[in-house]
Design a protein around this ligand. Structure first.
Ligand code: GLN
Length: 488
């Protein structure tokens, strides 16, 4: 029999439901795996074995007494440390919230609890979700399970590493400019950013409110499809959730590539690593052989995505993070001086370098005299990018691109140069600016055995089609990735 930790999400769900597996046995196996590999990978900020096991035992009791909450009862799921859970520390991997205990549940957590999931909280991340490698966590750098000298991507690096290292079958992350898709790509798993407005942001500690979305990671496609149905829906606590037809997992079916129009990019215009480039072209060729029609799209507007994203995201973060002032939440530096000193000393001690850089950038671009030149212009360019996507989807069914221009880089390789780090998001940020949904799917490995990811994008609220394409892509041999059993 396959060891429990190596089961896919679908296998776990089936075994729990046919009675051949208990949640306690499964969770115990995951806790053992965490104990044996997480000292190397540092995906978790904290593990409370007792609390986790208690949830699993309660699920088994419900199962025995025929009082199951849902077909998902007893399935373990990891939670990024910026999603609030009652009674748990939610630190955003920041010193300023190091001891902050959440007094309430995020809406997504309420939904998971209602279904009986076993929550594994506190997955490591870049501080306040700002970063592409988890090196900006105030507490620890998570590592890539395929090579522990490399980063797992970010900012949801802990959530991706936990799934890729078989410490969990599924987890939640948040994606503001790529933080689910990029780590999913670098860790060889699936990661979805839903359409903006699909999933409630209530209880997600905000980075940039007009871009943030919560979404799932999974070791198979079914985990993504199921979680998409569970997480999505209108929420009176988040006025940006959209009144649209509820997403149903049964609406997803395999897609026949024949006659489908696939939007593709000219790779010469981007600086992809050779292995990523070759794999992208191979996949396109195989889809063409299946009858798909490849439609080259003009991505020239994409070169503005990084500057536009970093202007808007930093402007919003400077405003969102003003609430952390030493008075209401988290860290407070005792000063003998005035109130202003208390603010500045608490914030100086509580925020890390990258967060401070972004608050400064955002405050600058919002200040009078510069507002029109920077923030105002970025908003206008954002409208153009959004229109560009709408145009694309008049002529194609789905867009296919690499998720990240390279595979996982070495720890420390890009920390000295923030602009180089920001370039890691070249293919993901425009999706958040437009608000459309996108998923990163595994697409084989490079010469060093490091995973490559392919990003699929469709128009707003078209997740059924998006996940159908992703499911079909997963069946292609070129895309298969085996997750590492031994962590080196
Ligand atoms: N890497 C991007 C940033 O640093 C995206 C982060 C995210 O999606 N949270 O802003």
């Amino acid at each position: 029999m396959k060891e429990l930790i190596y089961l896919t999400y679908s296998e776990i769900k089936n075994k729990l439901n046919d009675g051949s597996l208990s949640s306690e046995d499964l969770v115990t196996a995951y806790l053992q795996r965490i104990n044996s590999v997480d000292s190397k990978l540092k995906a978790f900020l904290e593990i409370n074995q007792e609390k986790i096991l208690k949830q699993a035992k309660e699920s088994d009791v419900r199962r025995k007494s025929g009082k199951l909450l849902s077909e998902f009862d007893g399935i373990p799921i990891g939670i990024k440390d910026n999603i609030c859970i009652t009674g748990e520390i939610t630190s955003c991997s920041s010193k300023i919230l190091e001891n902050f205990v959440s007094p309430y549940d995020a809406t997504v957590i309420t939904k998971l609890k209602e279904k009986g999931f076993v929550l594994f909280p506190r997955l490591n991340m870049d501080e306040f979700a700002m970063g592409s490698s988890t090196e900006n966590s105030a507490f620890q750098t998570s590592k890539n399970p395929f090579d522990s000298e490399r980063i797992p991507g970010g900012s949801s690096g802990g959530s991706a590493a936990a799934v890729a290292a078989s410490m969990l079958p599924v987890s939640l992350g948040s994606d503001t400019g790529g933080s689910i898709r990029q780590p999913a790509s670098l860790c060889g798993i699936w990661g979805l950013k839903p359409t903006y407005g699909r999933v409630s942001r209530f209880g997600l500690i905000a980075y940039a409110s007009s871009l943030d979305q919560i979404g799932p990671f999974s070791n198979d496609m079914q985990g993504i499809i199921d979680l998409m149905e569970i997480l999505s829906g209108i929420d009176s606590k988040d006025q940006t959730t959209a009144k649209v037809e509820h997403f149903e997992s049964k609406s997803v079916s395999d897609i026949d590539w024949k006659g489908k129009k696939i939007g593709i990019m000219k790779t010469e215009d981007f600086n992809f690593s050779p292995d990523v480039n070759v794999r992208y072209l191979e996949i396109l060729k195989s889809l063409e052989a299946k009858g798909a029609q490849l439609v080259p799209l003009d991505f020239s507007l994409l070169k503005y995505a990084i500057p536009v994203y970093y202007l808007i995201a930093t402007a919003e973060c400077s405003s969102n993070l003003s609430r952390f002032d030493g008075i209401r939440y988290g860290l407070r530096k005792e000063t003998s001086g005035k109130l202003d000193d208390l603010y500045s000393e608490s914030r100086s001690a509580g925020f890390g370098k990258e967060v401070k850089r972004r608050i400064l950038l955002g405050t600058f671009s919002l200040s009078s005299g510069y507002y029109d030149a920077y923030y105002g212009k970025a908003q206008k360019a954002r409208v153009l990018i959004r229109k560009q996507y709408a145009e694309f989807f008049k002529s194609v069914d789905v867009i296919l691109q690499p998720t990240s221009p390279t595979t996982a880089f070495k720890v420390g390789e890009k920390t000295k140069d923030p602009i180089q780090m920001y370039q890691a998001d070249i293919l993901t940020t425009s999706v958040n600016l437009a608000g459309v949904p996108a998923i990163s799917c595994p697409a084989g490995v490079d010469q060093n055995g490091l995973p490559i990811g392919i990003q699929l994008t469709t128009s707003h609220f078209d997740e059924s089609k998006l996940l159908g394409f992703a499911k079909s892509l997963s069946n292609i041999d070129l895309c298969k990735v085996s997750l590492p059993k031994e962590i080196k």
